[in-house]
Every structure is written in structure tokens, then in C-alpha cells.
Write a protein that binds this ligand. Structure first.
Ligand SMILES: [Zn+2]
Length: 51
């Protein structure tokens, strides 16, 4: 298990955590923006299929 330091409370948290369990700091993960990009693509596909 790898750790990363939370900038909000300086506590080491699991690298897989998206949000710090101590202070609720939202880590800017690349996988997160990738998820948004996938959702955007799905929505665009649905719109394209409907019209
Ligand atoms: Zn924190």
C-alpha cells in the first residue's frame, strides 16, 4: 500500500483515496478527470443517437 501526503492536514493517506478521510480534501486525481471525460463522451453519444 502506497501513501500520499494530504496538503490539507499533512496526514499520510492511501494513494487510492480520492478524498482525504481526515479533512475531506479533494485530491486532484488524473483518473477523476478521465472519468469526467468518459461520462462526457457517453452523454455526447446518447445525444448523437437521439437526434
Ligand atoms: Zn487531509
Amino acid at each position: 500500500m502506497s501513501l500520499k501526503e494530504c496538503p490539507g492536514c499533512a496526514i499520510d493517506v492511501d494513494k487510492n483515496e480520492d478524498v482525504c478521510p481526515i479533512c475531506g480534501y479533494d485530491f486532484p486525481e488524473q483518473s477523476k478527470s478521465f472519468k469526467y471525460a468518459v461520462w462526457l463522451l457517453i452523454v455526447l453519444m446518447l445525444l448523437w443517437l437521439l437526434f
